[in-house]
Design a protein around this ligand. Sequence first.
Ligand SMILES: C[S@@+](CC[C@H](N)C(=O)[O-])C[C@H]1O[C@@H](n2cnc3c(N)ncnc32)[C@H](O)[C@@H]1O
Length: 259
Amino acid sequence: MSGEWDAGSYQRVSGPQVEWGRRVVERIPLRGDEDALDAGCGTGRVTRLLAERLPDGTVLAVDASHAMAEEAARRLADLAPRVRVRVADLLALRVDEPVELIVSTATFHWILDHDRLFARMRAALRPGGRLVAQCGGAGNIARTLRAADEVSARPAYAASLAEMPEAWLFADHHATVDRLDRAGFTETRAWLEDAPVHFPDAVAGAEFLATVVLRHHLERLDPERRAPFAREVAELCMLPDGRMEIDYVRLNLEARREE
Ligand SMILES: C[S@@+](CC[C@H](N)C(=O)[O-])C[C@H]1O[C@@H](n2cnc3c(N)ncnc32)[C@H](O)[C@@H]1O
């Protein structure tokens, strides 16, 4: 599966992720001079919110997608060199200088090996440094994925979508605390939070689905079938009041690298 994203489209539709990210960034107690890492920065919208809370600090923004990192570098250029952007896979991340804080939003569930991920995050932190993250958690988008499965079975799509590999890890809070403890973190805390997102109609919902949730489905379909597929999934996610809903569940996690 491709790790590439449509960065222009993500920048346009990522309002829900930015609002979740804003709440995560706002709840972190900060002095304002920390050196931080944004792990999976996308187009940099949450990176900017983090940088605003660190007027005397720095942010290294990292993403595996070239398209996302290029867009982030362009959009964050006014904050350079305090904010830098780098292309890197978090599972292979090596930083020159460990940081005091890692923030990550809407990213960890795209990475299937959380043991390895947490080991890399710990290695990128100074002793005493904190990891604060939010991603999709247990039960995330379950109804939406059932809708995608139903549409995938229709004759126009079935041959292309018969075997979809696992795309996400939606971990629960207990397993996450265990993994963080095993990776050598202390003061670990994790909790789940329902965060349904509503779109005014199926058209808006379908654009979002196509950009984020259904990326891996669409890349297996012929180009002319992509928009109809997203639209048909959106139509199965409509509420009686005419809005479309995606049943998001977020996993929050916090941990500290021991001194
Ligand atoms: C939904 S976006 C979230 C971006 C941003 N944090 C936000 O909240 O808008 C998920 C991002 O995770 C990145 N990503 C996924 N797997 C990754 C990995 N192994 N290493 C680095 N970045 C990764 C993707 O390229 C994508 O930009």
